[in-house]
Design a protein around this ligand. Structure first.
Ligand code: ATP
Ligand code: MG
Length: 219
């Protein structure tokens, strides 16, 4: 059965598309993977995929678009027939779409940068997560720290504050603040296909951690 990974957040610009595109590209190295862009008309993942097609063979990676949550349900159903992984790039607001992604996903990732504003907006998402858990208890939602400046005191203080205020699980892999993420995104690439070894290593680690969580779900 296909494993569905939703990437959601209320705030814009936190790294949903960065994580969705990179994760989809890395997962597709081993298994057929579908990337679904729900953030239309912006369509960052869709634009990334269009550029990608002219740069590298898309191989095991396909793209689909979802206009609204009903459409998303159909698109996920279709994609699950031929793909092992489905990665969903969500919209930057709490909408029916966000709820649908929460209810359908095997694992939901919530990108968060170490800033007070991002922690506040994630607190708004908690209510949506609780509401979705009424339909499907035990939905697995985890924070992914993005643009994390591990050397700074501020980042550690804010991650501690998030831990206390949000009470969500976290991935142990954190993504640093690296120009490779924006450079690769603009070229339709994943960071493992770009020039930054550290970004490459952390993205492979993120994908490995996600795969491990998904395997545990099956037990
Ligand atoms: N770890 C990172 N290091 C450096 N730049 C990053 C990182 N993550 C994301 N970015 C850059 O920040 C910008 C916003 O990221 P992204 O588009 O992934 O966020 P988003 O949550 O999908 O935003 P939107 O609300 O526009 O859909 C992009 O230019 C991206 O390249
Ligand atoms: Mg986006």
């Amino acid at each position: 059965m296909a494993k569905i990974i939703g990437v959601i957040q209320v705030k814009g610009g936190v790294g949903r598309s960065t994580i969705a595109t990179n994760l989809a590209a890395v997962l597709s190295l081993k298994k057929p993977t579908a990337l679904i862009d729900c953030d239309l008309p912006q369509g960052t993942s869709a634009s990334w995929y269009a550029v990608r097609k002219s740069e590298v063979p898309p191989a095991n990676l396909t793209l689909a678009l979802a206009r609204d949550y009903r459409h998303l349900v159909r698109v996920v159903d279709e994609a699950s027939r031929e793909h092992r992984y489905i990665v969903i790039d969500g919209p930057p607001r709490i909408a029916e779409m966000t709820r649908a992604i929460l209810v359908m996903s095997t694992l939901c990732l919530v990108p968060l940068g170490a800033s007070g504003a991002e922690i506040w907006s994630t607190a708004d998402l908690l209510r949506t997560i609780e509401a979705a858990r009424k339909y499907r208890p035990g939905i697995d939602v985890r924070i992914v720290w993005n643009r994390f400046r591990s050397q700074t005191r501020e980042a550690h203080d804010l991650s501690e504050a998030a831990r206390q205020e949000l009470g969500l699980k976290e991935l142990s892999t954190r993504l640093g603040y690296r120009v490779a993420y924006s450079e690769a995104l603009a070229r339709g690439l994943a960071v493992n296909e770009w020039l930054d070894r550290t970004a490459h290593i952390e993205m492979m680690a993120l994908a490995d951690e996600v795969k491990k969580i998904l395997k545990e779900e099956r037990k």
